[in-house]
Design a protein around this ligand. Structure first.
Ligand code: 6GU
Length: 225
């Protein structure tokens, strides 16, 4: 999978050299490229923002640097993701959809966002999705893009060593994950639930299912319909 990221803060993405994503890059499973939007400015101050038409607080990202940057990156098969609190909700289902793409491009806006004509221009020529992580506001798209990249790339075959660790986790079956335990069997007077020590795999599976449902009822009743 190829992933391109356009940002005015390329250093945000230095951490993609670490951990499983870093290993997948080194092994050639992920071709991940970070681009500095300011290298597509042509004025002395490398300006990427300007005041909003119609007034209002904050600044808007100018369309020209985005056009030049994205023209050089987007191909026929690419999907353009624009992180935005005004977008559709990014879920595990979205992560699964994007994990089967050949080429995903993230356009990370700062300030109040990117001039709408950039989104409209590329939506008329290809696939564009405005994606939000949830109902809160971040200072820019970088941290959101990072979260989406981790959620997507861990589903790409070969990125996570043991694929079975991908199936029994929160949100894959519409429920939150059950509680988990490891050794020692007693810690600070707290015992591991007896059923997990018995080796009755049918009973364990049933207990875990019940725990998942109870947790979901407690923390995320909106997921139970
Ligand atoms: Cl994708 N971007 C920003 N700036 N804020 C957010 C978000 C995205 N998702 C939730 N809050």
């Amino acid at each position: 999978m190829r992933i391109d990221i356009v940002t005015i803060f390329p250093a945000f993405f230095d951490v993609l050299d670490l951990s499983l994503i870093g290993k997948a890059r080194a092994r050639g499973i992920l071709d991940l490229r970070v681009h500095d939007l300011r290298s597509h400015t042509h004025d002395r101050h490398r300006t990427v923002d300007d005041t909003p038409y119609g007034g209002g607080a904050g600044m808007v990202m100018k369309p020209e640097p985005w056009g030049e940057a994205l023209d050089g990156i987007l191909g026929e098969d690419a999907v353009l993701i624009v992180p935005s609190p005004a977008g559709e909700l990014f879920t595990q289902a979205t992560a699964r959809e994007l994990a089967s793409e050949q080429h995903v491009v993230f356009a990370c806006g700062r300030y109040e966002g990117i001039d709408q004509r950039v989104i409209d221009h590329y939506a008329a020529r290809g696939r564009v999705r405005l994606m939000s992580l949830g109902d809160y506001v971040l200072n820019g798209g970088e941290v959101a893009a990072m979260a989406m990249i981790e959620a997507v790339t861990r589903l790409v075959p070969g990125v996570v060593g043991n694929p079975s660790s991908l199936v029994e986790e929160s949100h894959e079956d519409g429920l939150l994950e059950y509680p988990i335990y490891t050794k020692p069997p007693v810690w600070r007077d707290r015992s591991v639930p007896e059923i997990l020590l018995g080796g009755n795999h049918g009973a364990i599976a049933q207990w875990r299912r019940e725990q998942s449902i109870e947790r979901t009822r407690q923390y995320r009743p909106d997921l139970l319909s």
